[in-house]
Design a protein around this ligand. Structure first.
Ligand code: ADP
Ligand code: MG
Length: 620
């Protein structure tokens, strides 16, 4: 019995300890923030904590004294039984399974089973059950989304790579790297983002790594990277930083697009545009360009068009090209042109047009109709070249032809006149010696002088007739002028015109064709007289400088308007009813042949000064 009381004593002491331990165990068991069940060796549930009870109640079932396998889905039972056996063999087991209840509620759980040792022998087990339904869902969702992104990355034609920002290494490269860059994705793994990048572009690429984490918009860079075959590709990177991960390492998602073709197309487009611009420039520089819509209304004109026509852009837009019509061409000319271009055919021809100021000009014209999908013209492009000069030359050549015909005729006529004139003069001389009456002698004198005049006029006429027979001789200009004035005097008096001279006393001789210079002076003086229908004054002056002699003929007649000045000397240009417009043309030619110059200064209403400059004979 002593032993027993001893035992009791110990028990008391131990009881206290045991109680403490029991309390400790109970605290853990009751307050553990998860479900905890205890099972006996046979697998029957013997106890559970509050959470376990809650779980059981929620599912409307009592679990106490039931075998744990009842709550495990059928498919997992073997696995769970094995784990339980392991636990009974002293191992801690951990597994994931699905609990099932009568209510058919399924709950995904993680179960950790720990053996309970009593007296160093396994006497049961604790199952710590954790509801992992949500976790699982999240994991599945995560996996799903990872899979989605993987699929996107694997199948997109763009290059996708992940770069560890901290040490600039590529940690993922999509398979498309192979198709675009020629290297397998492995080639890039673990290497720098600037691998194979064109040296000059490296800096901007590495700048991507310095991406501002506060800025969510992707950074975009264009650069060149070498293809496995050695050629350069134009690429565009869009990089977005993924916020720091677990280990504080930042990752850059880089999406790269191959823009080589785009760049090439851009370059080609730029080049084509430049070529177009150059061509337009060349066209604008060389031609008058205008565009008309299908109704023939002008929609655009270039500067040269305005410059030549004298119209401003805004005066032409909306008008028809007929605004330039000079009336030179018959209506049928335009009808034919219109019928051709409205059928979509190109028209080419020479058109006589009128400027705003009334001057006419010639244009070599090409009209190109632009056709729409139905083959109907929707606009016409007019390209014109100013050919006024060419036309003038042609005209000049034609008039020179006319002139030479006139010249030949004149030569014939003059010749025919001179022969009878010679006999008239001869017989008059005979009469002079036969007639002794004073008054008869006076008539004879007049007849002789008139015959001289006719002779002289015919001779002057011959100048025009036979330019090739011209002889150049030394002549005194002062004598020459005097002769001319005699010749013109009668006409001057008839027209109530007085002629004054301002001549220097002596002038050096010049080598010239005397008759031709006379012809010039006669023409100029005749014009001056004709410019003063109500009479007036003519002043003829002569100056000399070291190289030239200058003859000026000044009148106070009607003057010449500015726009006519440039036409003086053009063949057949006349403002007179009975004029022929050849006088000044002949003058100009003669002066040119003498290597001289003829200029006009005129003011409307005040008069005109014609200046003739002839080179002095310097060898003299
Ligand atoms: P025409 O005398 O037959 O008309 P010209 O060649 O001699 O031909 O002259 C051409 C034109 O130049 C004249 O019609 C006239 O309009 C102008 N002109 C020439 N000289 C003068 C002048 N002194 N005053 C005014 N107009 C002149
Ligand atoms: Mg004249």
């Amino acid at each position: 019995m002593v032993k027993q009381s001893e035992n009791i004593l110990i028990e008391k002491h131990q009881l206290h300890e045991l109680h403490r331990e029991y309390e400790t165990y109970l605290s853990l068991f009751t307050h553990y923030p998860g479900m905890m069940f205890s099972l006996n060796l046979n697998g029957y549930i013997t106890n559970m904590n509050g959470y376990g009870e809650q779980f059981a109640q929620q599912n409307g079932e009592s679990v106490l004294n039931k075998h744990y396998t009842e709550f495990i889905i059928h498919a997992d039972r073997k696995k769970v039984e094995e784990a339980f056996r392991n636990t009974l063999a002293g191992k801690i087991s951990k597994l994931q399974t699905t609990l099932i209840h009568v209510t058919r509620n399924r709950v995904d759980v993680e179960i950790i089973t720990i053996p309970i040792y009593i007296n160093n022998k396994v006497d049961g087990a604790f199952s710590i059950v954790r509801d992992i339904t949500l976790e699982r869902k999240t994991a599945v969702a995560l996996k799903e989304s990872q899979e989605k992104y993987r699929l996107i990355a694997e199948h997109t034609s763009e290059l996708i790579s992940l770069v560890n920002v901290e040490n600039d290494t590529v940690i993922y490269a999509s398979p498309s790297h192979e198709t675009i860059l020629g290297y397998s994705p492995h080639y890039y793994l673990g290497r720098s983002i600037t691998l194979d990048v064109y040296p000059g572009d490296k800096r901007s690429i590495s700048n991507l790594l310095k991406n501002d984490p506060q800025d969510p918009s992707p950074a975009v860079v264009e650069f060149r990277r070498k293809h496995a075959n050695g050629s350069w590709l134009c690429l565009e990177d869009r990089a977005t930083l993924i916020p720091s991960g677990l280990d504080n390492e930042r990752t850059l998602v880089v999406v790269t697009r191959d823009i080589t073709e785009k760049k090439e197309a851009e370059r080609e487009l730029k080049q084509t545009l430049k070529q177009l611009k150059d061509m337009k420039y060349a066209l604008d520089e060389s031609a008058l360009v205008s565009i008309a819509d299908k109704r023939g209304k002008i929609t655009s004109v270039n500067d040269k068009f305005c410059e030549t026509s004298g119209y401003m852009k805004k005066e032409l837009i909306g008008e028809e090209h007929m605004i330039l019509d000079s009336g030179y061409h018959p209506e049928s000319f335009f009808t034919e042109m219109r019928s051709k271009i409205s059928k979509g055919e190109v028209w080419k021809g020479e058109i006589n047009n009128k400027k705003k100021n009334g001057e006419v000009f010639w244009v070599d014209t090409t009209i190109v109709p632009f056709l729409d999908d139905e083959g109907e013209p929707y606009q016409y492009v007019y390209i014109r070249k100013d050919i006024t000069n060419r036309k003038q030359t042609e005209e000049f050549l034609r008039t020179s032809d006319k002139l030479s015909v006139i010249g030949e005729l004149a030569a014939g006529v003059a010749h025919e006149i001179r022969n009878p004139l010679t006999s008239l003069k001869g017989f008059t001389q005979i009469l002079k010696s036969r007639l002794s009456d004073e008054s008869d002698q006076e008539f004879i004198k007049i007849m002789m002088s008139e015959l001289d005049r006719i002779n002289m006029i015919v001779n002057e006429f011959m100048v025009l007739a036979r330019p090739q027979a011209v002889t150049y001789e030394k002549a005194n200009i002062l004598d020459l002028i005097e002769n001319v004035l005699t010749l013109i005097e009668t006409q001057a008096i008839l027209n109530n015109v007085q002629i004054f001279t301002r001549l220097i006393k002596t002038v050096p001789a010049i080598t010239c064709s005397e008759n031709q210079i006379k012809q010039v002076l006669i023409n100029v003086l005749k014009n001056a007289i004709e410019a003063m229908p109500d009479g007036g004054e003519i002043v003829v002056s002569v100056y000399v400088d070291s190289t030239d002699i200058m003859i000026e003929v000044k009148d106070n007649g009607t003057g010449i308007p500015d726009h006519q000045l440039s036409h003086l000397g053009e063949p057949f240009y006349t403002t007179k009813k009975k004029g022929n417009g050849l006088g000044l043309m002949i003058c100009r030619r003669i002066i040119q042949n003498h290597k001289g110059e003829m200029t006009f200064a005129s003011e409307e209403g005040l008069g005109t000064t014609v200046a003739i400059k002839l080179p002095l004979d310097l060898q003299q």
